[in-house]
Design a protein around this ligand. Structure first.
Ligand SMILES: [Fe+2]
Length: 568
């Protein structure tokens, strides 16, 4: 039996579950080259079927999610969605009545699900699928936060867990608490959209001049460049009240937007960002702490866009009541396709546990890669074994170079985890600055993150053993004794967002082992293989294109060592 998950909203994509488990998942942006694509995921669906070698008519079940009023309206009038995409990404000049547009958005999104929304959405999705050759599959609608919860509960290593979802909003809710025990996922509490911490943070992102639904991580990073405030002096502190598992927003989203603009007008933006981050951390710690106390379950699993905030996640991890934690790596709406499929399969046959890894996209053989690169002028390729690639890359990195590293199947989610990565020394500020300015073209305050051998975590980090982070979802403080070794992968406050690498990626682990032999420590700077503002590369052709645009000299790709004669 195959269940195909489809997500046709922000960061659209597809996921395929077969009898053996999750067989494929990818987001549409990687195909269309438009970051956080919003179009129906035709390319992702085709790639999922091609990966498994099946036809549309072989798929008996399709699941999709989110049938609230605005999402349904966008399905009926796709140009509306494109307009908002251009507006949100600031691809147009600032329009007149910008505030009115935002207020319209916040007014409409709060409406939630109305009668007929489900059946209208379903008929539109069915029509698109028929156009692709699907033969009348059974179509399942999965509620937005049920899809987030399914991702967290069914891919975590725990048989019993407390499942918490928080985001901007979806299907009229901004969060939920569920219990997962004895194979049953049961919702206990729903947080209405009106009380959305996610919308607050989205509005702050917009007000400091960044792109909502995209640059929230930059707000978090910028916050650390403010001088610290006591919480009593935080001008945003009254916006939310947390009482146990109850979240109350003082204002509606429309009024809150106006209030935030007034406050922001008076203070520098890094201080405003600090206040928002402090408010968020305080609220999340109280809320998650309240949930753990109420349900007495110490293994906590998290999903929803708010849990992309690695600094807030660190504060949550430090709660005494938390025994173990897990954050679903594609925590935002980009993970909705998989969430829909997981939930539908659970309802169909009770499947509630998966051996989850992030390497779920397409891969390319050495021959396919050679074929894609052979006509490229100025590019030379030399075959190397897996062991040679790991050793050679570690040699170049330890000599102060950065390299492109493209191996195996593409990662699902926002992070490069050693299959579509740019790697550099973890202790070189000079290489970090070069990467930031000339390759990634990012703002100066955005930190890079490390990958390290699993076994290094306890030596380098204030590591408590509550979870091994394979997916870069959590910050840790770097121990004072190791800050010199992590100079280019640490934030200004001494924290880092590590990937702890083990047998789930043997080739990458091999590279880190070689680095440890050469330098005494198994750590590397790992940033996603893309130019800032573009999606992570998908294919060898994308990789070589990025190599040219960034004048990069060295690339290790699927058993080939590639050099660019124009590389610096
Ligand atoms: Fe969401």
């Amino acid at each position: 039996m195959y269940v195909l998950g489809v997500w046709d909203g922000h960061d659209s994509g597809a996921a395929l579950i077969g009898d053996k488990g999750i067989v494929f998942a990818a987001n549409e942006e990687r195909f269309t080259k438009r970051k956080l694509e919003i179009e129906f995921p035709y390319n992702s669906i085709r790639a999922a079927l091609a990966h498994e070698g099946i036809k549309p008519s072989d798929v008996e079940h399709v699941a999709f999610t989110t049938t609230e009023f605005t999402k349904t309206l966008e399905r009926v009038f796709p140009p509306m969605k494109e307009q908002y995409y251009q507006f949100r990404r600031r691809k147009m000049l600032k329009p007149a009545f910008e505030n009115a547009r935002h207020n319209l958005k916040y007014g409409l999104t709060g409406i939630g699900i109305l009668p007929m929304c489900g059946s209208i959405s379903k008929s539109i999705v069915a029509k698109r699928l028929r156009g692709m050759g699907f033969a009348n599959p059974k179509i399942h609608i999965v509620e937005h936060h049920a899809a987030h919860a399914a991702c967290a509960a069914f891919t975590s290593p725990f048989k019993r867990s407390l499942v918490i979802t928080l985001d901007g909003l979806g299907d009229g809710l901004s969060g939920s608490i569920s219990t997962f025990e004895n194979g049953k996922l049961e919702r206990q509490i729903a947080i209405p959209a009106r009380h959305s911490l996610g919308i607050m943070f989205e509005q702050v992102t917009n007000i400091v001049g960044m792109r909502e639904l995209e640059d929230e991580g930059k707000v978090m990073a910028m916050a650390d460049y403010s001088y610290p405030f006591k919480y009593e002096d935080n001008k945003l502190k009254d916006l939310f009240k947390i009482d146990g598992t109850k979240i109350s927003a003082k204002y509606s989203a429309v009024k809150q937007f106006a209030r935030l603009q007034k406050i922001a007008w008076q203070i520098p933006r890094e201080q405003f960002a600090y206040m928002a981050q402090q408010l968020l951390e305080d609220a999340l710690v109280k809320f998650v702490g309240g949930a753990v106390d109420r349900y007495s379950i110490g293994d906590v699993v998290l999903a929803g866009g708010l849990f992309s905030n690695v600094k807030a996640n660190m504060k949550i991890r430090m709660l005494d009541g938390i025994r173990h934690w897990y954050v679903f790596p594609h925590m935002g709406d980009g993970g909705m396709a998989l969430g829909a499929a997981l939930h539908a399969k659970y309802v169909l046959d009770g499947t509630n546990s998966y051996d989850f890894g992030a390497y779920l996209g397409d891969g390319y053989s050495t021959e396919q890669t050679e074929h894609a690169l052979k006509k490229e002028a100025g590019i030379s390729c030399q075959r190397e074994s897996t062991a040679e690639q790991a050793s050679h890359a570690s040699e170049l990195i330890s000599n102060g170079n950065y390299v492109f590293w493209f191996q195996g199947r593409m990662e699902y989610g926002p992070r490069a985890l050693g299959d579509r990565s740019i790697l550099a020394p973890a202790d070189s500020e000079a290489v970090k600055d070069r990467l930031n300015l000339y390759v990634k073209r990012r703002e100066w305050y955005q930190p890079f993150a490390p990958s390290m051998l699993d076994s290094e975590a306890e030596h380098m980090l204030e590591f408590d053993g509550k979870g091994h982070d394979k997916f870069m979802t959590m910050s840790y403080m770097v121990k004072n004794s190791h800050r010199k070794n992590a100079a280019s992968v640490m934030h200004v406050d001494g924290s880092a967002r590590p990937q702890m690498v083990g047998r789930e990626n043997p080739m990458y682990e091999g590279l880190l082992r070689h680095l440890k032999k050469r330098t005494g420590i198994g750590i590397v700077l790992n940033t996603s293989f893309n130019i800032h503002g573009m999606p992570i590369v998908m294919s060898p052709a994308d990789a070589v294109d990025t190599m040219r645009k960034t004048k990069t000299k060295y690339m290790f790709i699927n058993g080939l060592f590639v050099t660019n004669k124009d590389g610096a």
